[in-house]
Design a protein around this ligand. Structure first.
Ligand code: ADP
Ligand code: ASP
Ligand code: MG
Length: 412
């Protein structure tokens, strides 16, 4: 007998018919002799609706009340699924995060899970009950409701799996695995059979929103194997797991894109110690996270600095930088909201050369100009004009042989 955690995303519980479909899948896994804990998202579109309601009341609602509101979407689906399972003759019980409890810190809207009590759940499992818990929700040390950030149900599922030492954590979604790139942009994308935690972390951070970044961090930390699969078919999905030698043989595992950033350039900044600190301290004090940064070679004691910030923070960041720029003696601040970041990711890059030049040549061939570059051991990212995003993703995917059976592999 195994202990299985199954998480179903918004599309998978998007209607009564779909909740009934989930109930049949859960029942099947139970009938096969497993203990089952189900983690659910809200119905698709529901969380967005709740956020919109909050914004109708005011532009910046209290984060505590925001969490009380947006965490309700998950409460609806856990009750509906439990009712459905009960009507099929199964013992099923839903618990809110506060009842379990799933404890988090007090960082409303982006809380981190600190611990999960397994006592209640284990007792129920022992008497054959299927447990249904909400994703996304938590409770802080003062008993306030918290939420884990958008897409946070993935993290809830992995954390529950880690706390219960589950045998497997299945993430059911609307695609049957992690693909070499977003299949909505490149229909020829191929499914990855297994991917390392580090590659998945990079892919998730660089735009592949199939898993929330924190869920992968959590899985890596606690050694939870994630199986990403579809709730609409029985195909084997993708295993997110510890790196193995086979993974290194693949040069590039995936291509990602992210249109959620904007670029700011500060022109003719005096090239002397302390200037960068001044510029970026003012941004961090206002909670603006800076992603890529480049500084040009200096001429006559002056240099240009360019960096990217989340799109949602662009206006705020421009205001702050314009304020600081005068103080540090810069000549001008320029902004560009129409950029995108395209990236290639793969642990194989560690041991192979020529990957960066292939990427740049491929973009150049299509006349796509690269504004900024950043690299890590296992990824290369380029900032380009956003109008070329889809084209760039397609040509990179093709150039690195990621379509169909053609995955570029070194002969061993
Ligand atoms: P859920 O509601 O189940 O949590 P999400 O919408 O959060 O589902 O994540 C699934 C979506 O992620 C897919 O529909 C797909 O468009 C998108 N996606 C982006 N990049 C990838 C990728 N590399 N592989 C698979 N899906 C991806
Ligand atoms: N319902 C939440 C969201 O839409 C959490 C989740 O679905 O993972 O972001
Ligand atoms: Mg999701």
């Amino acid at each position: 007998m195994a202990l299985v955690v199954q998480k179903y995303g918004g599309t998978s519980v998007g209607s009564i018919e779909r909740i009934q479909n989930v109930a049949r899948r859960v029942a099947k896994a139970y009938d096969e002799g497993n203990d089952i804990v189900v983690v659910l998202s809200a119905m698709s579109g529901e969380t967005n609706k709740l956020v919109a309601l909050a914004n109708e009341i005011c532009e910046f609602p209290s984060e505590r009340e925001y969490d009380v509101l947006v965490s309700t979407g998950e409460q609806v689906t856990i009750a509906l699924l439990s009712m459905c399972l009960q009507s099929m003759g199964y013992k099923a019980k839903s618990y809110t995060a506060a009842q379990i409890p799933i404890r988090t810190d007090s960082a409303h809207t982006r809380a981190r899970i600190s611990s999960i009590d397994d006592q209640r759940v284990r007792e129920d499992l022992r008497n054959g009950t299927i447990i249904v818990v909400p994703g996304f929700q938590g409770v802080d040390p003062e008993g306030n409701l918290t939420t884990l950030g958008r897409g946070g149900s993935d993290t809830s599922a992995v954390a529950v799996a880690a706390a219960l030492k589950a045998d497997v954590c299945e993430i059911f979604t609307d695609v049957d695995g992690v693909y070499t790139t977003d299949p909505r942009i490149v229909p020829e994308a191929s499914k990855i059979e297994k991917i390392s935690y580090d590659e998945m972390l990079e892919m998730a951070s660089l735009g592949a929103k199939v898993l929330q970044i924190r869920s992968v961090e959590f899985a890596k930390k606690y050694g939870v194997v994630i199986h990403v699969r579809s709730s609409f078919n029985d195909n084997p999905g993708t295993l997110v797991m510890k790196e193995d030698p086979e993974m290194e043989a693949v040069l590039v595992a995936g291509v990602t894109y992210n249109k959620d950033e904007a670029k700011i350039s500060v022109m003719r900044v005096p090239d002397k110690p302390g200037i960068a600190a001044q510029l970026f301290t003012s941004l961090s004090q206002s909670n603006v996270t800076v992603d890529m940064i480049i500084q040009n070679v200096s001429h006559d004691g002056f240099t240009d600095m360019t960096f990217t910030v989340p799109h949602g923070d662009y206006k705020k960041a421009m205001k702050i930088v314009e304020g600081t720029a005068t103080g540090i003696g810069a000549s001008e601040v320029k902004g560009d909201e129409h950029i995108a970041k395209v990236s290639i990711v793969g642990v194989g890059m560690r041991s192979h050369s020529g990957v960066a030049s292939q990427m740049f040549a491929c973009l150049a061939q299509e006349g796509i100009n690269v504004h900024m570059i950043s690299t890590s051991e296992i990824k290369i990212s380029c900032i380009i004009d956003s109008k070329y995003t889809e084209l760039a993703v397609r040509v990179l995917h093709e150039s690195f042989g990621l379509s169909g059976e053609d995955v570029q592999q070194e002969t061993l």
